[in-house]
Write a protein that binds this ligand. Structure first.
Ligand code: HEC
Length: 280
């Protein structure tokens, strides 16, 4: 192994260590970090070869069919673009994990296993899995990697979590009614922070079940922007929820907090639910 490759490994390990700290510091739930840009990437580029990197959030919402669980996982993958060597770490709050796999397959597709990840450390309520040392992707798998056509999944009893190695969040195919929004959006993406078990934001706003979400959103004034309802039934544009998704709020952060912006179809589904009366 040459010195250059050794340096790459150190960088990759540092990135992984940092991301593990990040995941633990916010309870391992509900965060999505930005991903490496896929554009302009060239395999075998002569100068300044880059390590292509993905930060992946795993949820029940990406499993086929959808699994309703508040558990999440976080993964980091990097590739050495000339050797195809793959580095990857998956962290999850799930217990009794039976398997963690990297698969071939685009968003919404199932495909064959590329490699099984190995459990390495258990502690602080999180289990960490790694790609085996010296695992190398084939040329064909490298193309799938860079085009967003690999995914990682976790199996634990009846529960499964899945995340796409992609620079874009996959569309969730959400229907404009509360039960669907709950199963595919509020439970997997929001309820890790909006738990209902605390006296201030975010915990005080309980998004952990459809009944709780209805009670805390519809017709309830915001704490951050007290002139605005969180959800104003029939009027999505006057609802803080939509402004928090679009990033047009005047107080606080865009939601999901510290996460990638929700895809347009998901925001449209929430808009339609509100505009058609925000019914339970
Ligand atoms: C990582 C933690 C985290 C996640 C995940 C998260 N939030 Fe938040 N949320 C916060 C924090 C912290 C605040 C308070 C600060 C602010 O308003 O920006 C907040 C505030 C809000 C508010 C404003 C409430 C008020 O009364 O002013 C709304 C609405 C909201 N979140 C909706 C959501 C939704 C919907 C999701 C999921 C798509 C989500 N959040 C995901 C942490 C989170």
């Amino acid at each position: 192994m040459n010195v250059h490759l050794a340096n790459k490994q150190i960088v990759a390990k540092l990135l992984v260590a940092l991301s593990v700290l990040f995941v633990m510091s916010c309870g391992g739930s509900g965060t999505v970090t930005d991903t490496a840009p896929g554009a302009g990437y060239e395999i075998g580029a002569a100068q300044g070869e880059s390590v292509d990197r993905y930060s992946v959030r795993l949820s029940g919402a990406q499993v086929l069919p959808v699994v309703d669980t508040r558990h999440t996982g976080q993964a980091e993958f990097t590739i050495h673009e000339q050797t195809g060597q793959l580095f990857g770490t998956v962290v999850t709050s799930l217990e009794n994990v039976s398997a963690v796999h990297l698969h071939e397959g685009g968003a919404g597709e199932a495909g064959s296993v590329v490699v099984s990840l190995i459990a390495s450390v258990t502690g602080a309520g999180n289990t960490i899995f790694n790609v085996p040392a010296d695992f190398v992707l084939t040329d064909q798998q490298m193309q799938l990697y860079t085009s967003g056509n690999l995914y990682v999944d976790i199996h634990a009893g009846d529960i499964a979590l899945r995340g796409q190695l992609s620079a874009e969040l996959p569309a969730l195919a959400i229907g404009a009614e509360l039960d669907d929004l709950q199963a595919k959006l509020f439970t997997p993406v929001c309820s890790g922070c909006h738990t209902g078990s605390g006296g201030s934001l975010p915990a005080i706003m309980d998004l952990s079940s459809a009944d709780a979400s209805y009670n805390t959103l519809v017709g309830v004034f915001s704490i951050g922007e007290p002139d605005l309802l969180r959800v104003s039934a029939g009027d999505a544009e006057e609802s803080l929820l939509i402004r928090k998704f679009e990033g047009t709020q005047t107080i606080g952060a865009r939601m999901p907090f510290r996460g990638a912006k929700l895809d347009a179809d998901t925001i449209t589904a929430v808009r339609q639910w509100i505009n058609s009366g925000a019914r339970r």
